[in-house]
Design a binder for this molecule. Structure first.
Ligand code: SAH
Length: 469
C-alpha cells in the first residue's frame, strides 16, 4: 500500500487554506462539513467562496508569508502560483504539519480521497493520487450501489452500541447480532425509509436478547473457483466476510484468502498430490470441533467443492454431528480453464457430451474406463492428470482414438500465470517435456481444442499462450 488510510477528526481544529479560488472552495466545503476552523490566506477571493463561507472562515486578504505556517492541524495549498504551493509544502513539511497541494501529489504529505458520503458512513477511495479519474469512476459505482439510508442505519447502530455492550459482553456475540441486523429485516426497514419502525424492531430485539446465545457455529463449505478472484460468487464473498476461522488448501490463492474477514484465523490444511498436510479425517474432525466452539467456519476449496473436492466427506461428519452447514458452489477448473483458454467444452459440430474424470494415480497406474473415454464426439476433461499424461495418451490411442486428436494442457488456469499448451495425443508429451509445466494443470481432449486458435481471448500477464500446433 502506497499510503496509509486514516480519517482525521477536524472538529474545531485550526486549518489553513492558502488560495481562495474554485479549487480551494471545494476543499473548504469538505473541511467545513467535517467541522474544521478554517483560515484562508489569499489576496483575492472568488465570488462563490465569498458568498458561501465569508461568515464561517477567517479571511486574511494578503499574500502568504513564511510565518503563516504555524499553529495549524492541517494545511491545504490551492493557489495558481506554483512557487507559492511549493513554499507552503516545504514549510509545512519542515514543521511536521500534514499538507496537501491540490493536484500535485509530489508536494503532498497527505492526499484527499474521492468519497462517498453517507455520514456517518464515509467511503474513501484512493488511487495513490495517480489515477483520479478511476477513483471517480469507482465512486460513481459505489454511489449507485449504496442506498442513502445506510447513514440512518449506521447512526442507529451507533446509538444502540452501549446498550448492546451491556447485554452482550462478548465481542463476538455483538458482532453476530449486528451481522443479523445489517443483513435482515431491520436493515430492509431502513432501506425502505421506515426508520421509526426499524428502530422499534431493533429495540425489541435488543430487549429480547439474553446473554445465553446459541453457542454452536456454522460451517460454510465454499467453492473458491479456479483462481481468478473475480470468479467468486457473491454468496461466497458474503460468507467469507463473516468467518471466524478459514480452513484453506493449496489451490486457494492469497488474493482470494485476502477477501476473507481480516480478523479471521487462517488454518492451512493444504494438500498436494500424495502429500496430505493434514489427513482428511483430521480436517473433517477439525470442522466439527471449531463449530462446536461456536465459531463460524469457512472451508475454502479450489473450484467447486463437490467436483473432485471431497466436499461430500467433510459434510457427512458435520451432518452426523448436527452442525449447521451451507455449501456454496464454485466454478470448477474444467469450466474456468476451458473458458479462459478459449476452448468450448461442447460444440454442436464437435462434441455432444463432456466427461470430467480424475487421472489420479492409483498404485502407479491410471485406472480409468478407457472404452468410455474413447467414445467419439465428446470432450474429456482430466483433473489431476499431469503425472499420468503419457499413459493417458497411449491408452486412448490403443482404444481407438486418433493419434491426431487435439489435446490441451492448461496450467494455473484463469490466473495471471495461466499457460496453455496444445498438441495431439502423439505429440503433446514431447512438446511439454522441457516446459516445466506446474500444477495445477488440467487436460482437455477433443476436437473442440482446435477451436482455441480462433477463440483464445485471455492474456495472462507476461505470458501469452504458448503456440504449439
Ligand atoms: N474441486 C476442484 C478440483 C480439485 S482436484 C474443482 O472443482 O476445480 C485438483 C485438480 O483440479 C488439479 O490437479 C487440476 O487438475 C485441477 N485444477 C484446479 N484448479 C486449476 C487451475 N486453476 N488450473 C488448472 N487446473 C486446475
Amino acid at each position: 500500500m502506497q499510503n496509509y488510510p486514516i480519517f482525521v477528526n477536524l472538529q474545531n481544529q485550526p486549518c489553513l487554506v492558502v488560495g481562495a479560488g474554485p479549487v480551494a472552495l471545494r476543499k473548504i466545503r469538505l473541511m467545513r462539513s467535517a467541522g474544521a476552523k478554517i483560515t484562508v490566506i489569499a489576496p483575492e477571493m472568488c465570488d462563490d467562496l465569498e458568498q458561501e463561507f465569508i461568515n464561517d472562515i477567517d479571511y486574511l486578504q494578503r499574500e502568504f508569508t513564511d510565518d503563516d505556517i504555524h499553529g495549524y492541524r492541517l494545511i491545504t495549498a490551492a493557489t495558481s502560483a506554483p512557487e507559492v504551493n511549493q513554499r507552503v509544502s516545504e514549510l509545512a513539511q519542515a514543521a511536521n504539519i500534514p499538507v496537501n497541494v491540490v493536484d500535485q501529489p509530489e508536494l503532498c504529505s497527505f492526499i484527499t480521497p474521492s468519497i462517498v458520503d453517507r455520514s456517518p458512513v464515509v467511503i474513501a477511495i484512493s488511487t495513490g493520487g495517480g489515477a483520479p479519474v478511476l477513483a471517480r469512476l469507482l465512486r460513481a459505482k459505489l454511489e449507485a450501489l449504496i442506498p442513502a439510508s445506510y447513514g440512518k442505519l449506521a447512526s442507529s447502530m451507533a446509538a444502540y452500541r452501549d446498550k448492546l455492550k451491556n447485554k452482550l459482553p462478548e465481542e463476538r456475540d455483538r458482532r453476530l447480532f449486528w451481522e443479523r441486523v445489517v443483513q435482515g429485516p431491520i436493515a430492509e426497514l431502513f432501506f425502505s425509509g421506515r426508520n421509526q419502525e426499524a428502530n422499534t424492531v431493533l429495540e425489541e430485539e435488543l430487549e429480547a436478547l439474553s446473554t445465553e446465545q446459541a453457542k454452536i457455529g456454522e460451517v460454510w463449505l465454499i467453492g473458491a473457483g479456479p483462481g481468478d478472484p473475480d470468479l467468486l460468487t457473491f454468496r461466497a464473498l458474503r460468507l467469507m466476510q463473516q468467518a471466524d476461522v478459514v480452513l484453506h488448501d493449496r489451490l486457494v490463492s492469497d488474493e482470494i484468502l485476502n477477501l476473507t474477514r481480516r480478523d479471521a484465523d487462517r488454518i492451512y490444511v493444504g494438500k498436494k498430490r500424495a502429500d496430505h498436510a493434514v489427513p482428511q479425517g483430521q480436517i473433517n474432525q477439525l470442522l466439527v470441533d471449531l463449530a462446536k466452539e461456536g465459531k463460524n467456519v469457512v472451508r475454502l476449496k479450489g473450484g467447486d467443492p463437490f467436483i473432485f473436492g471431497r466436499g461430500g466427506e467433510e459434510i457427512e461428519l458435520l451432518s452426523s454431528n448436527n452442525i449447521p452447514f451451507q455449501i456454496v458452489p464454485g466454478i470448477t477448473a474444467a469450466s474456468g480453464c476451458a473458458t479462459y483458454a478459449g476452448i468450448p467444452l461442447t460444440h454442436r459440430d464437435h462434441s455432444q457430451s463432456c466427461l470430467f474424470v480424475t487421472g489420479h494415480l492409483k498404485d502407479g497406474t491410471v485406472d480409468l474406463n478407457w472404452p468410455l473415454l474413447a467414445t467419439p464426439n465428446q470432450t474429456v476433461v482430466i483433473y489431476m492428470g499431469l503425472i499420468g499424461l503419457p499413459v493417458i495418451c497411449q491408452k486412448l490411442i490403443s482404444h481407438g482414438v486418433s493419434a491426431d486428436m487435439p489435446i490441451a494442457l492448461i496450467q494455473q488456469g484463469t490466473t495471471l500465470n495461466q499457460r496453455t499448451f496444445t498438441g495431439t495425443l502423439s505429440t503433446i508429451e514431447a512438446k511439454v517435456a522441457n516446459e516445466k509445466v506446474q500444477a495445477p494443470t488440467l487436460i482437455i481432449i477433443g476436437s473442440v481444442v482446435a477451436l482455441q486458435d480462433k477463440l483464445a481471448w485471455f492474456e495472462p500477464q507476461d505470458q501469452p499462450p504458448t503456440e504449439i500446433s
